[in-house]
Design a binder for this molecule. Sequence first.
Ligand SMILES: NC(=O)c1ccc[n+]([C@@H]2O[C@H](COP(=O)([O-])OP(=O)(O)OC[C@H]3O[C@@H](n4cnc5c(N)ncnc54)[C@H](OP(=O)(O)O)[C@@H]3O)[C@@H](O)[C@H]2O)c1
Ligand SMILES: [Zn+2]
Ligand SMILES: [Zn+2]
Length: 363
Amino acid sequence: MESTKTQTTTKAVAYGNNHSFTSLGPLEIERRVPGAKDVAIEVLYCGVCHSDLHQASNDWGNTVYPCVPGDEIVGRVTVVGADVTKFAPGETVAVGTMVDSCRQCEACRQGLEQYCEGPKGATQTYNGPFKPDGTNTFGGYSEKIVVDEHFVFKIPDGLDVRRVAPLLCAGLTTYSPLRHWQIGPGQKVGVIGLGGLGHMGVKLAVALGADVTVFSRSAAKEADAKRFGAADFVLWNDPEALAALESSYDFLLDTIPYEHDLNPFVRLLRRDGTLTVVGLLLPFSDATNNMEVAFHRRNLSGSLVGGVPETEELLKFCAENDILPEVEMISIEDVNDAHQRMKNGEVRYRYVIDVAATMPAEA
Ligand SMILES: NC(=O)c1ccc[n+]([C@@H]2O[C@H](COP(=O)([O-])OP(=O)(O)OC[C@H]3O[C@@H](n4cnc5c(N)ncnc54)[C@H](OP(=O)(O)O)[C@@H]3O)[C@@H](O)[C@H]2O)c1
Ligand SMILES: [Zn+2]
Ligand SMILES: [Zn+2]
């Protein structure tokens, strides 16, 4: 008897792992057949974020395997659903860290989908259970992806598409708190950790008019920091250098991915200054001394990527101000090495996978 069941998924080749202790390799995944509001995208380029490494290694204890990372995606539209209004086949587009949210809660209505207060919160591009069928989401280390058009972005003219992908996570995660805390001319800003996020934070804060210092543990990065527009460069593991800077910063953006002590950075803030931590999403190694916080009415805060309107604003801002990440293009088979080099602090400053050119035809 002929089956009357409608096909709901298609196969795709991806790169991922099945356990925290195994490296990433080719595997076959399923992508849904585009629905009315969906855009099917052939992935061209995908940035390598430190979160990809955390997630594949189960550093946050919430990884569902198989894990296919990748939340900085640039691709070409292949198919659009019947109700898609913003995109057409052939267009080059971008996808970031989210692919769904409730769209009705206060956060979603305010364009802060990353903080969705709906029953399941925002669905992450990878490792985010996708609501309709409960299956795990797979990211941009794959030949194609299907996304609701609300979470697909147009790329403004003039931006080099080979370098755009890291704007979708590294760029947005640093732009959002800079905008939220109203960073602008006349303010002293410190960016802690000069990696993928950090170097975007420097370029964006400089473009917003701030006087920027890079706090790094790598002396070899000083020339790069200055080239990205930083006025000063400080080795934060030198207590004397930090002591000289006490109470002098309006805003600090901490991008360090691993456990560390916040207290030395808190002391750098002026009265009413803010330290926003975007790097570590786990406990800090030392308790924060609230005497240092309270006696100067300092603010400690965190921040999660950015919402849809802010992503559009960021892409426009980068096009207008000629801001792009420093990227090193890699092949998909080099992604494990790239993760290791990122962990070793060797990345300068974002790896981007040439997915379309290097993904194997079969898993
Ligand atoms: N909150 C969010 O929404 C969000 C979004 C994306 C990513 N993240 C997180 O942000 C963190 C940074 O991501 P990334 O892609 O920018 O990573 P990255 O490219 O590896 O850069 C991190 C930088 O931090 C410094 N660093 C690295 N390991 C360190 C250690 N053990 N101790 C002290 N400093 C260290 C290094 O800078 P120096 O050599 O200059 O010291 C490194 O270049 C990750 O944990 C990631 O998961 C958060
Ligand atoms: Zn990311
Ligand atoms: Zn919501």
